[in-house]
Ligand binder design. Structure first.
Ligand code: SAM
Length: 291
């Protein structure tokens, strides 16, 4: 039975193993059953699903996942948590535990071998120091993914869901929205964790698009253009892009592309939609080709 969401049970496990939290590993364990229920509702895990959990901690969310999923793969970097997990997950036969750094695991290979290449679900209370690299590498490596339901820092969730022209809109919003439809599920206050984090948290559900919402000639160039456009937020788009070493066009040539798009010369990157970035990137590609 899933019991660790109750604070006394988490405390008993931590004391039994004399566990010491490591701040640098983002160790803030969930101690609120309502939040765990919300994560599970949003993830809609069924016994047909193969679930990847990143950072199981002492197994609080993992127990819920094992009770609902077909198979669970949990990847935990901290070896001092492995004996604890062996005990808290001993009643489940559908769990595979990997003592590794998630950034070094070939998830695509595991999904191919263990789930015959079918889309997996990712569910996690993420270590916040690696939120962006984890999510971007899951998307960019083209691992077959159905959805990602994760607890992240509140500001990061807001950036993922932000629309053009808002203060939170940036390269992360565009990257996430290129691959998935983000939906904020719940805001979670610090007292739902042990120890309490210094920041607010949010559960966000990302449903992977079957096909990207825009068609681009060159996905890599699109993301280079997006990153360069937001590197110097206060600059106009033309200035920002002409300062970018990876885009080999003059300021005049970039201004020409912006003009062809029907946008004013003074436009800033933060107002462009994903579709406009995609058209701009294709225009830039054509100009670079014809040089
Ligand atoms: N899932 C647990 C819960 O909700 O109570 C723990 C979540 S805690 C926020 C993050 C977990 O990720 C910790 O157990 C931490 O040791 C683990 N972790 C940190 N960096 C990691 C990495 N690079 N790869 C795998 N696990 C990592």
């Amino acid at each position: 039975m899933a019991v660790l969401g109750i604070p006394q049970n988490t405390i008993a496990v931590l004391q039994k193993y004399q566990f010491h939290f490591q701040k640098k590993l983002g160790q803030n364990f969930l101690i609120d059953t309502h939040v765990l229920d919300k994560i599970m509702d949003a993830a809609s895990v069924t016994n047909e699903d193969f679930v990847l959990e990143i950072g199981p901690g002492i197994g609080t969310l993992t127990q819920y996942l094992c009770e609902n999923a077909g198979e669970v793969l949990a990847v935990e970097i901290d070896s001092s948590l492995i004996p604890i997990l062996n005990e808290t997950l001993k009643d489940y036969e559908n769990i595979t535990l990997l003592n590794q750094d998630i950034l070094k695991v070939d998830i695509g290979k595991i999904a191919a071998e263990k789930n015959l290449g079918r889309p997996i679900k990712v569910v996690a209370n993420l270590p916040y120091y690696i939120t962006t690299p984890v999510i971007m590498s899951l998307f960019e490596s083209h691992v077959p993914i159905d959805s990602i339901t994760v607890m992240v820092q509140k500001e990061v969730a807001e950036r993922m869901q932000a629309s053009p022209g808002t203060k939170d809109y940036g390269a992360l919003s565009l990257a996430v929205q290129y691959y998935a439809k983000p939906q904020i599920v719940a805001n979670v206050p610090p007292n739902c964790f042990m120890p309490r984090p210094k920041v607010g948290s949010t559960v966000i559900h990302l449903t992977r698009h079957e096909t990207p919402p825009v068609l681009t000639d060159d996905e890599k160039l699109l993301f280079r253009v997006i990153r360069a456009s937001f590197r110097q937020r206060r600059k106009t788009l033309a200035n920002g892009l002409s300062n970018a070493a990876e885009i080999m066009l003059s300021r005049e040539e970039i201004a020409g592309c912006i003009n062809e798009l029907g946008l004013p010369a003074t436009v800033r990157g933060e107002t462009l939609t994903l579709s406009q970035f995609s058209q701009l990137s294709d225009l830039i590609k054509n100009r670079m080709k014809s040089k």
